[in-house]
Design a protein around this ligand. Structure first.
Ligand code: FAD
Ligand code: DHB
Length: 391
């Protein structure tokens, strides 16, 4: 097979890149290890920044967001006996949208199928070759067990944290930064109407808790738990009782309504950046290049922002033989990546219990400042609602 851009990974980064390239007349082939159904069902992120929504709308992918998304003006930040609303629209002039990654993934698959683009699921053994030439290629085995080769002008590594692209950059010319956190999230998806109109981020001496949502009838909630936690130790009753305590059930008349748990999982938390995000004709985008802890909902938005920069860069490189944007891609993308890395680390360390009483006092002081000072609140609002794509 021959194409313009060989894309590894059919998550949001890979499928959105294929979509944006096609709008510019650039062909692509996407390969994916998992089945279409598996990728579609993965429960992951839930919040889109305003710049992500603008980009998706401009790319003709806004219909689902308009029909089923929910625009939020801000969030609640709380600690025992205090709950404060931060209005991002007032503070920073931007809102966020509740729209699940599963819904966005479905929109991307539908657009890809309507346009007849090539996405090969259930492939194995992807290997990247001749990346420092102008004729790189991929080899892999397709779903029928047949060895395949895709020749391209460029390769996009959109294969997440565990794909082969990251390791294809020469170690001697690559820097990495990593932080592993001493706690994880236990996340549930519940078939019950949300007990709040906007997301609640709660500091509590027993551990962080968050109330998010997916729709008027589906809630998404998270609890800080120790690393290595087994979901078997968390029957539904224990989860709801812990959520009620940490989210402040009964305070000022607020109640948490429990419901049937449809999904339960434990997420470890990590910060990671690999630089540069390019080697020769290989370009990394999304989780393939960086990971953030989930507090602040940046992972999916960063993947979208990378691709928003990469698509025009590849368009210019391939369509006009002009490599200026491609040469600038890594540095431009990494500015925003590091801003989001900092914000995610900051939200995480402000809200999770470390076990150190000094940390707890600093956290409470920070929370009081962020919720009482316009300067503090605006900083959080600007970062949460998202900076412009080219920041
Ligand atoms: P991915 O979505 O990981 O897509 C990469 C794709 O590449 C996958 O489909 C994978 O199967 C495929 N692939 C891997 N190896 C190969 C190979 N060898 N060959 C071909 N294909 C391959 N972010 C938030 O903002 N909020 C959240 O609540 C949140 N929750 C999350 C929960 C989990 C369990 C995880 C893992 C992530 C979560 N994230 C969250 C992060 C967010 O989902 C990611 O940042 C986002 O999915 C990144 O998109 P991506 O396309 O870069 O990577
Ligand atoms: C969700 C996840 C997050 O990490 C976050 O900060 C907000 C919302 C969610 O899954 O809905």
């Amino acid at each position: 097979m021959r194409t313009d851009v060989a894309i590894i990974g059919a998550g949001p980064a890979g499928l959105l890149l294929a979509h944006l390239l096609a709008a510019d007349g650039i062909a692509s082939v996407v390969i994916e290890t998992r089945s279409k159904e598996y990728v579609a069902a993965r429960i992951r992120a839930g919040i889109l920044e305003s710049s992500s929504v603008e980009l998706l709308r401009a790319a003709g992918l806004g219909t689902g967001i308009e029909a089923h998304g929910d625009e939020h003006r801000g969030i609640y930040l709380q600690w025992p006996s205090e709950r404060h609303h931060l209005d991002f629209t007032e503070l920073a002039g931007r809102s966020v949208w509740v729209y699940g990654q599963t819904q966005l993934q479905a929109d991307l698959v539908a657009a890809s199928e309507a346009a007849g683009r090539t996405v090969l699921y259930e492939t194995s053994g992807a290997a990247l070759h001749d990346l420092d030439t102008d004729h790189p290629f991929l080899t892999f085995v397709d779903a029928t067990g047949t060895p395949q080769r895709v020749d391209a002008v460029a390769v996009a590594g959109c294969d997440g944290s565990f794909g082969p692209s990251r390791a294809a950059l020469p170690a001697a010319r690559t820097s990495t930064w990593e932080r592993v956190y001493p706690y994880s999230w236990l996340g549930i998806l519940a078939d019950v109407a949300p007990s709040t109109d906007e997301l609640i981020y709660a500091w509590h001496p027993d551990g962080f808790a968050m109330h998010s949502m997916r729709s008027a009838t589906v809630s998404r909630l998270y609890l800080q738990v120790p690393n290595g936690t087994d979901t078997a130790d968390w029957p539904d009753d224990r989860i709801w009782a812990t959520l009620a305590t940490r989210l402040g059930h009964g305070q000022d008349g607020w109640t948490l309504t429990p419901g049937p748990v449809a999904d339960k999982s434990v997420l470890p938390m990590r910060s990671f950046v690999q630089s540069p995000m390019r080697h020769g004709r290989l370009f990394l985008a999304g989780d393939a290049a960086h990971t953030v802890p989930p507090t602040g909902a940046k992972g999916l938005n960063l993947a979208i922002a990378d691709v928003a920069l990469l698509a025009p860069a590849l368009g210019r490189l391939i369509g006009k033989n002009d490599g200026a944007l491609a040469d600038a891609y890594s540095d431009t993308a990494l500015r925003r990546v590091w801003r989001s890395e900092h914000f995610s680390w900051w939200m995480t360390t402000m809200l999770h219990i470390s076990g150190d009483p000094f940390d707890a006092q600093l956290q409470l002081s920070q929370l009081r400042w962020v919720t009482s000072s316009t300067a503090g609140a605006t900083g959080l609002a600007e970062n949460y609602a998202g900076l412009p794509i080219g920041f």
